[in-house]
Design a protein around this ligand. Structure first.
Ligand code: 13P
Length: 243
């Protein structure tokens, strides 16, 4: 199974989403294909997107680290579960750098999501400086070991390897880097979560031009797509490279 998951970030209006879902109908993919689609939408549109479920996984892009109470502006894992969401992205580099989300906070968020059975998609990745200094494995090890400390080892989780320097830059990581890094992540996941299926996506400037080689790289279970997921044609063209 390959996963093609869009992260719309703070983009799209209700009108854009209607246009997007209409546009999807143009694309005829083989029935029972081995591709699962997902869309991570802004909170306010999630209820309206429930009708898409069954065709695509629908998820949020963030969740509170707290369970409930006086946390103005926050949305809890219980609320995400209450509206039937399939997944929630946590630890995205934009949340880490712009909103101070630490590995410890990410760990608390994952535990909340597991408690309410919403699948976390945990994003990890190194900065350009760390990449150039050869520190990628150290950074990813630390992100994984803290974020996954004492989590439920058997519940479903996906990891997205998103090098920070590849996000929104038009410069994706090379196939060699992706292959080696995802192999390392899977080995680390086996140490932390044990022998089980480990699903690891790649994210960072995936587009219709590079998706075929990325999605066919050993160990890559799918893609987490930012900019190119806001346009139905580029999003579906990325998926079509799998057929
Ligand atoms: P881009 O595809 O725009 O580089 O963003 C990737 C990303 O951040 C997905 O979460």
């Amino acid at each position: 199974m390959k996963y093609i998951i869009g992260n719309w970030k703070m983009n799209m209006t209700a009108g854009d989403i209607v246009e997007f879902t209409r546009g999807v109908r143009k694309y005829k993919f083989p029935k029972n294909s081995n591709v699962t689609f997902g869309l991570g939408a802004p909170y306010v549109y999630l209820l309206g997107m429930a009708k898409l479920q069954g065709h695509v996984l629908v998820g949020a892009q963030n969740v509170s680290q707290y369970e409930k109470g006086a946390y103005t502006g926050e949305i809890s894992a219980e609320m995400l579960a209450d509206v039937g969401l399939d997944f929630c992205i946590v630890g995205h580099s934009e949340r880490r750098t712009l909103f101070g989300e630490t590995n410890k906070i990410v760990n608390a968020k994952i535990k909340q999501l597991q408690e309410y059975e919403v699948m976390p998609i945990l994003c990890i990745g190194e900065t350009l400086e760390e990449f150039e200094a050869g520190k990628t494995k150290d950074v990813l090890s630390e992100q994984l070991s803290i974020a996954l400390k004492d989590v439920d080892k058997s519940s479903k989780i996906m990891i997205a390897y998103e090098p920070v320097w590849a996000i929104g830059t038009g410069k994706s990581a090379s196939v060699k880097t992706i292959k080696e890094t995802i192999a390392f992540i899977k080995q680390k996941l086996t140490e932390i979560l044990g022998e089980r299926e480990h699903i690891v996506l790649y994210g960072g400037s995936v587009n219709p031009g590079n998706s075929s080689e990325i999605l066919h790289t050993d160990g890559v279970d799918g893609a987490l797509i930012g900019g190119a997921s806001c346009n139905v044609d580029t999003f579906m063209k990325i998926a079509s490279t799998l057929f």
